[in-house]
Ligand binder design. Sequence first.
Ligand code: ADP
Length: 264
Amino acid sequence: IIISGLIMGMIIIILAGYYLARRAMVPIQAAWEKQQQFVADASHELRTPLAVIKSNAELMLRHPDHTIEEESIRVTNIVREVRRMTKLVADLLTLARADANQAELQLELVNLNELVASVAEQFGPLAELEGHMLRVAMAEELKLTGDRERLYQLLVILLDNAVKYTPPPGHILITGAKQGGHILVTVEDSGQGIPPEDLPRVFDRFYRGDKARSREKGGTGLGLAIAKWIVEKHGGKIGVESTVGAGTKFSILLPVKWIKRNSF
Ligand code: ADP
């Protein structure tokens, strides 16, 4: 009886160990599969511009008798795709570094009013050119501990999208206000909106709701994934509300408090 009890006990321990090991593997396996998917999607995205560059360059080589106008169309196509690839590679590098925990924040005291003003100054003429009106409404002076470059990049991503996905004439509004120990920043547009079924996926890597418009405007499908990473790295949260045909509003809640340098 003692021996069979011991054997039973051992079998139970082995089975429990096996079960626990399998359970511990689940998140590792999921992370591995996510990483594999990321590499596969990135390769696929790089293949498209490469194919366009290759076919245009080959056409130029095979037909040296092309007119200047014909050649200039080919060169324009090549330059457009090289730009697209450059942006894609930069975005991929940002996310790869983020995944490898190699992207530390350079924390400093950031004046958000100044930061928003300089992004608006950069985007104002572009928005106007596209037929939009860009407005900034900061409730008060807002300062927070953050990485100036990354916060700038975050605003650029949201404004770039607002311009891209808003048919003219549109309104784009950036607001900022204190909310307890946090700062709430919103970027709102009067654009095409996002269908409710797409809303949960807009922050996913390579997710594009409007594929044609995204490609035409040089989008990589990585902008909002990077935006989410920047916000979360600052200990904040990003959310989106949208109504098709009426507009989209991104809300960012960032903690104000000073966190010691390099303690992230
Ligand atoms: P992309 O490079 O395609 O713009 P993003 O990650 O920045 O990639 O955005 C993902 C998708 O979310 C876009 O393809 C678009 O369908 C949708 N989207 C993002 N911002 C807006 C917006 N302001 N209005 C409408 N749709 C948007």
